[in-house]
Design a protein around this ligand. Structure first.
Ligand SMILES: CC(C)(COP(=O)(O)OP(=O)(O)OC[C@H]1O[C@@H](n2cnc3c(N)ncnc32)[C@H](O)[C@@H]1OP(=O)(O)O)[C@@H](O)C(=O)NCCC(=O)NCCS
Length: 189
């Protein structure tokens, strides 16, 4: 079972190790550094920026992390991915090499969508992996995201084309959080 919980400062050492893994570094450090990423996560944990950072655990064992944010909290990015009003954005990674390639990333994306929609039930959800990141694109597609565009996104730290995906708002009368995933604690009020 995959669960999410709020990231803590104590988790940052583990995330540094994961960022250094080749399968993560290839995508997360293409235009960034481990210290840049940790600084961003630290600000999120401390409530200094409006991103909700979460640790992912499989049967209680840490395997990766993710985050969600309202796109309108980051206007450059909102414009860059052409987000619609109320949309949230997500980012994710399985850091443990033993965790990839067996369906867990698909569950992680579902969990992040559930976490964001626990606070914003009708939100559309946007993600923009590198266009060459086929595993990431596939887990979005398996979660019902639709490809909107393939192009450079000025707010991203790299100059290569991104694949912009969006999961439309869930307009059903009742919105449920994915069955086996627990909603995370809010990091701040
Ligand atoms: C992206 C990531 C979360 C995917 O997690 P995962 O557990 O490996 O993904 P899953 O096993 O759920 O699904 C992967 C899918 O991609 C497919 N895939 C993997 N590599 C592929 C490739 N090179 N070309 C085409 N499809 C590929 C798999 O076949 C599978 O699809 P299928 O179930 O239809 O066969 C994980 O690989 C990861 O964390 N990577 C490093 C960090 C990263 O890239 N984060 C995303 C940045 S936006």
């Amino acid at each position: 079972m995959l669960t999410l919980r709020a990231l803590t400062l104590d988790d940052l050492g583990l995330i540094a190790t994961w960022l250094d893994q080749p399968h993560v570094a290839r995508w997360w450090l293409a235009g960034s550094t481990i210290s840049d990423e940790l600084a961003d996560l630290r600000e999120s944990v401390l409530g200094e920026q409006p991103t909700f950072a979460l640790l992912a655990l499989e049967d209680g064992q840490p395997v990766g992390w993710g985050q969600w944010y309202r796109c309108d909290a980051y206007p450059d990015h909102e414009a860059g991915v052409a987000a619609q009003p109320g949309d949230v954005g997500i980012d994710y990674a399985l850091g443990d090499p033993a965790a990839i390639g067996r369906g867990l990333g698909t569950v992680l994306v579902a969990a992040l969508v559930g976490a964001a929609r626990a606070s914003h039930p009708r939100a559309g959800v946007v993600a923009d992996p590198d266009a060459d990141n086929w595993a990431s694109r596939r887990v979005l597609e398996k979660n019902g995201f639709a490809l909107l565009d393939l192009r450079k996104v000025p707010s991203e730290p790299i100059d290569s084309p991104m694949a912009i995906y969006r999961l439309p708002p869930d307009l059903s009368p009742t919105t449920t959080v994915s069955g086996s995933v627990s909603a995370p604690a809010r990091l701040r009020a």
